[in-house]
Design a protein around this ligand. Sequence first.
Ligand code: SAM
Ligand code: MD0
Ligand code: SF4
Length: 376
Amino acid sequence: MAEHSHRFKALLAALERGVVSSVSDIAWLLEQRDPQDLARLFAAARSVRQRYFGSQVFLYGFLYFSTHCRNHCRFCRYRRENTALKRYRKTREEILSAAMEMAASGVHLIDLTMGEDLEILEGTPSQIQEWVSMIRSVGKETRLPVMISPGTVSGELLADLARAGVSWYACYQETHNEPLFDALRPGQDYHGRLAGKYRARDLGLLVEEGILTGVGETAADVADSIDFMRRFPVDQARVMSFVPHPGIPLPRAASADRDIERVTIAVMRLVMPDVLIPASLDVDGLAGLAARLDAGANVVTSIVPPGAGLSGVAHSELDIADAGRTLAKVVPVLEQCSLVPASADDYQAWVARRQAMHPCSGRLADPPAREAAPCA
Ligand code: SAM
Ligand code: MD0
Ligand code: SF4
């Protein structure tokens, strides 16, 4: 017992000093559940967050503009087989109007997300250019950084998006255990999905990576994912608990308890102190926000305006219609956690600093020749 406690405290102290831990130490930390240890872990994560970000939190508007998808992901209700779902594809005008509404409400970024919609991805060159131009307009008109979450797309399309001024590419591997990936995302290419992230970074985009918990992963798998994220290094690191839905094949796992997500947030904060870590409203809604912030998250994602006919992904309706995913509801929760919303300028300065940090970014005029080339 004393030995256990000694190891726990020593590991936390080393992480707080910035000492790099081994993957097996990370896995061990992820397995701890003693309430006193968890309280210490979350306090350490908050203190590291304070050192790197002060009390400021960034706020992301979420705009899921097409829910059509060619894929069969076993955890996602937007999988192609789910015919029980009413799908939508928003027009340029609808997208711009929802983006402007969110910008006016005070979000710091617009996350443009879609299923892998073949009408968009396999459109004619001029249709694709129209779509890229819509994305450019969202950035220009809102004057906010734009994140694009389109799934796995071609290197050419990523380059077009980078030229259109997009700042971020979000694409979640879910796990870095390849057989588990194959089970979760059947028919998709593990290495192709990874390659897009290297390509995006080489184009000067910031990259968000993400993992899912409650999908059959082990603590060692999560530790491997965290190790991948720190070595990449990603700019934003996400973990979300799997949210089951009727009509999707993946059953609710015994391990979908939220401690795993919170402990993963805290360990990610300690291992990658300077990256952005989301507290998503898309898993447990507003009621789950404080617990994620208390674990060391510093971005609130999945802010969705009511009345625009927009959905979430994991928990597609929770808190949207009753305006629970708006700044009016989120900011008081920040205050309860002794946090404040950052200014738009502070967020843009962070993005610019982070882009400047990547040694191989800004190669827009000269994209790398090899599709999967990591930064040389
Ligand atoms: N279609 C694109 C893709 O898959 O990359 C963009 C959509 S992205 C926002 C979808 C992400 O939401 C997935 O990568 C997964 O991490 C998460 N997700 C989907 N269904 C979920 C569920 N039922 N529970 C928790 N997270 C889920
Ligand atoms: C969120 N539901 O922000 C969204 C989504 C996609 N980039 C993000 C998972 O939590
Ligand atoms: Fe499609 Fe993305 Fe859902 Fe997979 S996670 S089914 S790619 S929307």
